[in-house]
Write a protein that binds this ligand. Structure first.
Ligand SMILES: Cc1cc2nc3c(=O)[nH]c(=O)nc-3n(C[C@H](O)[C@H](O)[C@H](O)COP(=O)(O)O)c2cc1C
Length: 467
């Protein structure tokens, strides 16, 4: 007989934890249930002293017993509901969240309140923890950083860095906070986030509401001081203040302020809700901006110099994309990666919801193909750029693919199109935390089915032409 592999031990351990949790729920149920039954019978017999007895204004023992048993029944239903809810919500049951928890949240709270509530829960650690451990096939190294899995939380959810630990516990391989602006600013007037339920989409025009660099920096420092560096990778997404007329300065301040905190920084030049921001994606503006940011990074001590990424929009022409590819892959003054894509200002014909008329960036399902196509274009354009006419050197930079991912297949499509990592946001708002576990499981299965030993082998595979 062979010794069980480590994998088997892990399965047994997890199984043990599952049974322990289940037994705890059953134990709680039985003890509460019998307690309630005892209480009902006791109260029915009228032996409660003083005020309690006065409250139970009944005449005969029979009447008291009937009423008490009805109360008992109601209490049992209540307790069972509490325990079942506790069990399914802490275990992160996918169907329970998709068909019960999330629809209730959406009925009760508008989009912005639901967002704030979710961040608060995560900041208190009140999240279903993914204890299954990431499969080996999903481990990957990008920008020289070790990612336990390639599924990240996109910018915009934890805008102020309040809930990094809790979000990593859900099972994300990395979390990107922000966009953070140098000075605090309130963003646009409310309402500014809209659900498009029929389309599984969201339109937002938050307009970079931010606590500002200083507050977010001290918050992250506090977290590091009290609990050490969170067990996962942290990205910090930088924005510019609405009233600032020197965008490059705003990003430079961000690079300086967050040096030594987090693992990578993002120059976000693609949000549609800050006037003039997206024009920074133009060739000359982008060149100047990146030069200043890279120069600022180079002047920092080597051990706090983080990878710099640029986040781009899905609404770009072929020429725009060629220009961006040329700038970001420059041998001198290129960046370490690109995030593809932000929300779109387009409104596909297929949209059903009446909220489609709202101004802002559209995210979620209707963005899926558009962003996968942009990932594919940027992979192609950054793969084969000769850096000089004489010396044919090719520079390849990693891509984080984001836009409308809600299944393992969506994630796999972006990886095959050229993404080394992926991120999501809107699908989390519709399906809740269990979506992370689901995508990891489905993605591992798809990779195995196609014979890949690791996720890295599948990156950009759709670009390889059959011989
Ligand atoms: C409500 C909301 C707020 C967002 N805020 C930001 C932001 O501050 N900075 C940023 O770079 N992207 C922001 N995004 C864009 C997301 O990071 C992501 O690029 C986009 O939503 C596409 O992914 P998804 O379809 O999975 O949501 C925001 C998205 C949403 C829905």
């Amino acid at each position: 007989m062979t010794r069980p592999s480590n994998g088997n031990y892990i399965v047994l351990q997890n199984g043990g934890r599952y049974h322990a949790r289940k037994s705890l729920s059953v134990y709680l149920f039985l003890s509460l249930d019998s307690g309630i039954f005892f209480f009902s019978f006791y109260s029915a017999s009228g032996y409660f002293p003083g005020p309690l007895n006065n409250l139970i204004k009944m005449t005969t023992f029979k009447q008291r017993l009937v009423r008490s048993l009805v109360n008992h029944g109601l209490a049992v239903v209540g307790c069972t509901t509490v325990i079942v809810t506790y069990h399914f919500s802490t275990s992160g049951d996918e169907r329970f969240y998709r068909s019960i928890v999330m629809p209730i949240v959406m009925k009760v709270l508008d989009a912005e309140r639901a967002h704030a509530f979710a961040v608060w829960l995560a900041s208190k650690g009140l999240v279903p923890v993914d204890r299954t451990g990431d499969p080996e096939i999903l481990r990957t190294t990008v920008f020289g950083l070790p990612f336990p899995n390639p599924i990240g939380l996109a910018a915009g959810f934890d805008k102020h860095g309040e809930a990094v630990d809790g979000l990593l516990k859900i099972g994300f391989g990395f979390v990107e906070i922000g966009s953070v602006t140098p000075l605090p600013q309130a963003g646009n007037d409310k309402p500014r986030v809209f659900r498009l339920m029929e389309d599984k989409a969201v339109i937002n025009r938050y307009g970079f509401n931010s606590d500002g660099h200083e507050t977010v920096r001290s918050r992250l420092e506090e977290q590091v001081k009290s609990r050490g560096h969170p067990p996962g990778i942290l990205g910090i997404n930088l924005g510019k203040n609405k009233t600032s007329n020197n965008a490059a300065d705003d990003y430079v301040k961000g690079v300086q302020c967050f040096s030594g905190l987090g693992d990578y920084v993002v120059i976000n030049v693609s949000s549609p809700n800050t006037p003039g921001l997206r024009s920074l994606q133009g060739r000359q503006e982008l060149e100047k901006l990146i030069d200043k940011v890279i120069e600022a990074r180079s002047s920092l001590p080597v051990d706090v110099q983080h990878p710099v990424l640029v986040k781009i929009a899905p609404d770009l022409t072929e020429v725009d994309k060629e220009d961006i590819a040329a700038v970001v892959t420059r041998k001198q003054g290129g960046v370490d990666g690109i995030i593809v894509t932000n929300t779109t200002v387009a409104r596909p014909e297929t949209l059903q919801s009446s909220n489609k008329k709202e101004t802002g960036g559209l995210s979620g399902k209707p963005l899926t193909e558009m962003s996968t196509q942009t990932v594919s274009d940027m992979y192609r354009l950054t793969e084969e750029i000769p850096l000089s006419v004489k010396v044919l050197e090719f520079c390849k930079i990693p891509i984080i693919g984001v836009g409308g991912i809600s299944t393992g297949q969506d994630a796999y499509d972006k990886i095959r199109a050229g993404a080394s990592l992926i991120q999501l946001y809107t699908a989390l708002a519709y399906e809740g935390p269990p979506i992370v576990k689901k995508i990891k499981r489905e993605l591992s299965e798809l990779l195995k089915k196609d014979g890949f030993k690791s996720v890295e082998e599948a990156v950009g595979i759709d670009h390889i032409k059959p011989i």
